[in-house]
Design a protein around this ligand. Structure first.
Ligand code: AMP
Length: 370
């Protein structure tokens, strides 16, 4: 029995990957509507509810989590009773953006220039050192572009600080990147390591809209660099499970933007587009099983379904399309599903009349394709 903190779509897809391996799941989530409720048992409780944590620990062989904002004390308390992967130490290194950036630097991994700040004065001092433009981010809790403000001029500073309501902040130099990539890697307790091919990610409004996998035009040296960063960070933290590095490509170089200590939206394509998915490999690592092959099978486009339920018949009419709905109530810009279109030919989308955007009437996330 596997315990999972968080019952969102990532938990749901972990469950779907684990059932064929003969695994069963207990999820803990504050919401009775958590999407994972369909693939296992759900304990509805807050993450610091001692009684609920006791119940979870008494019923499972191993615990993992599907989002990084689980209280550290919860993971530590559980770890006294059952193995928790990734460890509390790995979570600590990635939960707070300022600590995370420091951990990356300590592991010799390049990042955008950054400073910690709370008050308007500290933000101004950081800007003097880093130069404009900068991005203000809350150290904790932000996701999908929430908890961020771009500062391009002096007048934005007070507005930016006020918008983030006096939270502890990190000020980052804005990177003029060529494109955004991510690498998803997995490490076993025995130190076995594997990484998926780099993925090219397209965001709008801070939210991932679609990914191309494997990313087009990747030199072997770029892939090796990304894998090297992932391996260094994982080894430094004795990491077990799947981890994602969000990257900025600048010329031949890579900077790490963020570490996600978990399976990731930019890895959803691996369900159909790789030998073994990120979800199964995460479970294999947590269970001490041999890791599965991470090779891509053909090429995939993964498009998120945001805000509104799609027309199922139109999607399933697309050759190679695989629809995943998460059982979530539609709300503007909420991630309620995704579609992976996988075909055997490499970068098949380049040969579509009108390119990827030609699929946008059915998959609106592709409106942002160039
Ligand atoms: P994050 O929440 O850190 O993943 O940021 C969301 C998105 O904001 C990223 O995917 C980038 O598109 C953009 N972004 C974040 N940090 C920076 C930065 N330092 N320079 C340029 N763009 C950034």
């Amino acid at each position: 029995m596997i315990g999972v903190l968080g019952g969102g779509q990532l938990g749901r897809m972990l469950g779907l990957a684990g059932l064929p391996l003969g695994q069963r799941f207990v999820f803990l989530d504050p919401s009775p509507d958590a999407p994972a409720r369909d693939v296992g048992e759900l304990i509805v409780a807050e993450y610091d509810d001692r009684k609920a944590l006791d119940e979870l620990a008494s019923r499972v062989d191993v615990v993992t989590y599907e989002f990084e904002n689980v209280p550290a004390a919860t993971v530590e308390a559980l770890a006294e009773r059952v193995p928790v992967f990734p460890s509390a130490g790995a979570l600590h290194a990635t939960q707070d953006r300022l600590v995370e950036k420091g951990s990356l630097v300590d592991a010799g991994i390049p990042v955008a220039p950054f400073r910690g700040a709370t008050t308007g004065i500290e933000v101004r001092n950081a800007i003097t050192e880093l130069g404009l433009p900068v991005i203000l981010k809350t150290r904790r809790g932000g996701y999908d572009g929430k908890g961020q403000a771009v500062i391009t001029g002096d007048a934005d500073v007070e507005v930016g600080v006020a918008a983030l309501r006096g939270a502890d902040l990190i000020v980052e130099g804005r990177v003029d990147f060529d494109r955004e990539l991510s690498v998803i890697a997995v490490r076993g307790e025995d130190g076995a390591f594997a990484a998926y091919p780099l993925v090219e990610n397209h965001h709008a409004g801070g939210i991932l809209r679609f990914s191309l996998a494997p990313a087009p035009t990747v030199e072997a040296s770029l892939q090796a660099k990304a894998e090297g960063f992932a391996r260094s960070f994982m080894e430094a933290h004795d990491y077990v499970g799947v981890m994602t590095l969000e990257l900025f490509q600048v010329g031949d170089g890579l900077l790490v933007n963020e570490v996600a200590p978990r399976v990731h939206n930019s890895g959803h394509w691996t369900i159909e587009g790789a030998e073994v998915s990120q979800f199964e490999n995460h479970l294999r690592a947590c269970l001490g099983l041999p890791l599965g092959a991470t090779d891509a099978v053909g090429s995939s486009v993964m498009a998120n379904v945001l805000g509104a339920l799609p027309d199922v018949a139109s999607i399933t009419a697309i050759a190679g399309a695989h629809l995943h709905l998460y059982g979530k109530e539609p709300r503007p810009l909420r991630k309620i599903g995704h579609v992976t279109v996988r075909r055997d030919e490499r970068e098949w989308w380049k040969r579509l009349d009108g390119g990827l955007r030609s699929l946008a009437t059915v998959l609106p996330a592709l409106e942002h394709a160039s």
